[in-house]
Ligand binder design. Sequence first.
Ligand code: SAM
Length: 350
Amino acid sequence: MRALLQPSATGWMVAITPEWLSRMPPPLPSGSSTTTAAATRRTTASPGRAAAGPTGLSAEELAARCDADADALFRLLRGLASVGLFAEDAPRRFVLTPLAELLRSDVAGSQRQVARMLGGEHYDAWANLLHSVRTGESAFRHRFGEGIFGWYGRNPERGAIFDGAMSDFSHVAIQGLLAAYDFGGISHLIDVGGGRGELVQEVLRRYPHLQGTLFDQPAVVAPVLVPDALEGRFAVAGGDFFTGVPSGGDAYLLKHILHDWGDEACLTLLGHVRAGLAPGGRVLILEQVIEPGNAPAPGKLLDLNMLVMTEGGRERTPQEYAALLERAGLQLRRIQPTPSPISVVEATAA
Ligand SMILES: C[S@@+](CC[C@H](N)C(=O)[O-])C[C@H]1O[C@@H](n2cnc3c(N)ncnc32)[C@H](O)[C@@H]1O
């Protein structure tokens, strides 16, 4: 097969050859259009409405309820039905499929906010992938003129969707993590950059002896309430993890944090964690660890997302974690896989 990326007068272009198309599994050429279609407000508005009855609703009925053009909405739903999101049970009538159920907010495992996140600024930034590939720089900054977390701070509506998407991801990964990793020997767990705190709260529910602290940006933790059942055991703190983190934990959890940043920024953050770590404590880095070879691994595509969306962020190999941790005065002890693609990279003071 000829190279897909070829230099041209205007830069790099994708050479779509018949051979390439014939090798491509059906959903892939339309991956971006599927994401956008799934994230369209009309689509994310549709599931609840289509759930109105077992026979579903016609495109015309749906269009009237969500202010859309009936024929365009029909074509949107027909396209999505072709990849398993909705099903056209009778001509122009659509019902939910199990995949579409995940676009509802009121179901276990909902991925509604993930769909809304991916179809927004992520999609706009990904349109600038070429900039990242050519320069190594953030496509997000190229498109929006600033880093992603600052942008979310100035666009709180989108920031809330991002925080909700992180919660959606966490809900899927938490049970596997709890099954694979024993938190029993820990007294005080501090979740650094823990978003809305679903993970640390679930660990506290599972281990009644444990104290937990959620630490994230003030605006992110502002809506987080301490549930009655965790009163006295769960604290919430706001701040900047590049300035400092709460001290005294004998375990610091960093889930999907280091992959947002380049090595130098990670060293600043890990330096604060190392300084706060109680004697004998451990650092638990939850990330998708990259292994060699060509085996399918979602982390390799997530790594591309980090290239596009962040400044210097990346998924790392075991060797890269070992080297980074050593520079931070920490030592990699083991990497514990979990049933989800996320592993626990465990480190202690060197
Ligand atoms: C990719 S999210 C991961 C959230 C959570 N750990 C999870 O896995 O669902 C990164 C988190 O880092 C937080 N964050 C980014 N910059 C920060 C900073 N300077 N200080 C504290 N938290 C920060 C964000 O608010 C966000 O919640």
